[in-house]
Design a protein around this ligand. Structure first.
Ligand code: SF4
Length: 325
């Protein structure tokens, strides 16, 4: 009998003991930092670790394993590096760029990425819940310059189909909104969540829908999620990907080329490669801008133009992402 996505979530790795049990590697107990885990709890779908390569250096495990480096305070690294709180127009609605807004649907995620720029985001203070959506809808009605909504989080696909459908229907009633974008890590890490009802909701929307996945390494794409991307593609949902450039995870030309090629094989176009946002606790993942530029020069030689992601960084207060040439 197949397990549904809610049950799958209950089986997530949520402790060091779960991690040891899943990986059968006792050595991880010495690398696991309880202090880092207290600051940001471990959360890993078991499927995400099903193809571990070299357990000490695995590029997927490094993204999710609480490490002592996270507990070191680093100058210049912040709790809100992209200025989300300053741009909060109503609870959960972040308006930074003229015609696009971010709608924070939930604070929950299927996975906890150690480098997450919202790892300190005060989701409960921001009162992000359905009961507080009305002020956001009012704001959107009053701002006719807004033509695109980006559902974000947390992960917006963590809410039920019913709730998501309600939200999309409310947004569809606002005439000047034309496009819906969904920023999510779920299709690759919890493919069971992409059920036929969800696809039908997206397919039947009056919006032009694009789904922006978050995949950092080719190993995150495998037989367990291939079918889901095929279904999304067949449903004419635009699939784009954004990655974060992470030291010792994907900061090699060979790895980035393989990622772009595999994304394309799965029907996804590389869109952004982000420099790490300087969030406190993630400095050990940082790759210098000059090194990122050299990497882009290298991968340009191995990829056709349409598989080149745009190298960008977010500067708080700017009117758009900053492209790094
Ligand atoms: S899925 Fe996205 S929002 Fe959630 S922890 Fe990872 S990067 Fe952060």
């Amino acid at each position: 009998m197949s397990i549904d996505w809610q049950q799958q979530l209950c089986n997530n790795i949520k402790s060091v003991d779960d991690l040891i049990k899943t990986t059968a590697n006792e050595k991880l107990r010495t690398v696991f930092s309880s202090h880092a885990n207290q600051q940001f709890k471990i959360k890993i779908p078991t499927g995400f670790l099903s193809n571990l390569s070299d357990i000490e250096n695995d590029p997927l495990l490094k993204q999710v394993l609480p490490h002592a480096n996270e507990t070191q305070l680093t100058e210049g690294y912040l709790h809100d590096p992209v200025g989300d709180m300053d741009a909060m127009a109503t609870p959960g609605l972040i308006h930074k760029y003229k015609n696009r807004v971010l709608f924070i649907v939930t604070g929950a995620c299927a996975i906890h990425c150690r480098y997450c720029f919202r790892r300190h985001f005060p989701y409960s203070d921001a009162q992000i819940n359905k009961e507080n959506w009305e002020p956001a809808f009012n704001y959107l009605r009053e701002h006719s310059e807004i033509s695109e909504i980006i559902l974000s989080g947390g992960d917006p696909l963590m809410v039920s189909n019913e709730k998501l459908n309600y939200l999309i229907q409310q947004l569809e009633q606002i005439e000047h909104i034309k496009r819906l974008r969904i920023h999510t890590r779920i299709p690759s890490v919890l493919p069971e969540r992409i059920d036929s009802e969800l696809i039908s909701i997206l397919q039947n929307s009056r919006f032009l829908v694009s789904l922006v996945t978050h995949i950092n390494h080719a190993n995150e794409l495998n037989e367990s999620n291939k079918g889901v991307f095929k279904q999304l593609k067949q449903s004419e949902i635009q699939l784009l990907n954004q990655s974060v450039l992470l030291a010792n995870v994907n900061n090699q030309a060979k790895i980035l080329i393989e990622l772009s090629e595999k994304l394309y094989e799965y029907g996804i176009l590389p869109y952004y490669l982000h420099l790490l946002d300087p969030v406190q606790g993630a400095a050990h993942f940082f790759v210098k801008e000059a090194d990122a530029i050299s990497l882009m020069d290298e991968i340009r030689q191995g990829l056709p133009g349409y598989l080149m992601p745009n190298l960008v960084k977010e500067i708080a207060g700017e009117q758009a992402k900053t492209r790094i040439l």
